[in-house]
Ligand binder design. Structure first.
Ligand SMILES: Cc1ncc(COP(=O)(O)O)c(C=O)c1O
Length: 313
């Protein structure tokens, strides 16, 4: 590993980023008792919105920024650049605000108004890209900008950045094992794939008999924001298909049904991808005679008011 001589300004940034560590992760587990009940099978879901910036992406965003500062790749004056319209952007904005780092994000022009407003209100510079190229096109624009002006930008590249999955390897998985040493199954959806790959890798080392089940949307066009249909999308470079023992598909309709049920039976107000994770966990649990199934709830319903209103009001 190379060592970088830190400038005094970098040392300030370094202590500021280290100080943020306590606000990342350490999320509580919700024991599912209303939607699923079995004498020998239990489901637990990690409430990932209960940390800085309100989503699971605080983990990856923080690990990416921290490592970049430690390496000297993100120095004062540089702008943090990435392609995302979702939780990663919101996580970057919150973390970078505390460190006085400007953030620029590439996102397709047809990203929801609600999403653009959230990011703009957090002080992010939005670079709108073609609606026809989707998130893959946004990635290409971000890469081109960073290559054209490497002194101005630190390109975080969450789809390729190893610190994305490492955040879960060193954070999410040990937290699960500490709380539930006898976990038998881990179930999670694939977006950048950081959550599943990082958590799965470490859980496999700590609990070799564990079964790891990845989830994907059943169709290329879906409403499970944050998830990717890997057969038809650009596959993230950090994805490792050997981590999963099984892969299951979840439909948007199934997730929407679970949003309603989780509210009424668990008191959880979930986002579509959180409901989809829970749907996958319940499906796995229904096949078991005994075991402990763990999943993550990446965020709650706060940013999805249109969907929640339609389903619950
Ligand atoms: C709401 C939501 N669910 C699921 C995911 C997938 O997580 P990962 O990117 O770690 O695969 C994301 C990622 O952005 C997300 O924002």
């Amino acid at each position: 590993m190379s060592t970088t001589t830190l400038l005094p300004a970098d040392a300030t940034l370094l202590s500021a980023v280290w100080a943020l560590e306590k606000e990342i992760g350490h999320t509580p587990l919700h024991h599912i008792t209303g939607l699923f009940r079995h004498p020998r099978v239990q489901i637990y879901a990690k409430k990932e919105w209960m940390q800085l910036s309100g989503s699971v992406k605080a983990r990856a965003g923080y690990a990416i920024i921290r490592r970049a500062i430690e390496k000297g790749a993100l120095t004062p004056g540089k702008t943090l650049l990435d392609a995302t319209s979702g939780n990663t952007g919101i996580a970057y904005a919150h973390i970078a605000k505390r460190l006085n780092i400007p953030v620029a994000l590439c996102l397709p022009e047809n990203a929801s108004r609600e999403r653009k407003e959230i990011l703009e209100s957090l002080g992010v510079r939005l670079i709108l890209t073609s609606r026809f190229e989707g998130t893959d096109g946004a990635q290409q624009v971000a890469r081109a900008l960073a290559e054209a002006d490497p002194d101005a930008y630190f390109y975080a590249d969450q789809y390729k950045n190893e610190n994305n999955w490492k955040a879960h390897y060193y954070g999410t998985a040990p937290e699960i094992i500490e709380a539930l040493p006898d976990v038998t199954h881990f179930v999670a959806g694939l977006g950048t794939t950081g959550t599943f790959v990082g958590t799965g890798r470490r859980l496999r080392e700590l609990q070799p008999s564990i079964r790891l089940i990845s989830l994907q949307p059943d169709l290329p066009m879906h409403g499970l924001e944050g998830w990717k249909h890997l057969e038809t999308a650009i596959v993230p470079e950090i994805y490792d298909p050997s981590v999963a023992d099984e892969n299951e598909e979840v439909s948007t309709e199934e997730a929407h049904r679970l949003i309603v049920e989780a509210w009424h039976k668990e008191g959880l107000l979930l986002s579509p991808s959180s409901a989809a994770n829970l749907a996958g966990a319940i499906r796995v649990a229904n096949r078991l005679d005994e075991g402990i199934v763990v999943t993550v709830l990446p965020d709650n319903a706060d940013k999805y008011s249109d969907i929640t209103k339609k389903l619950l009001v």
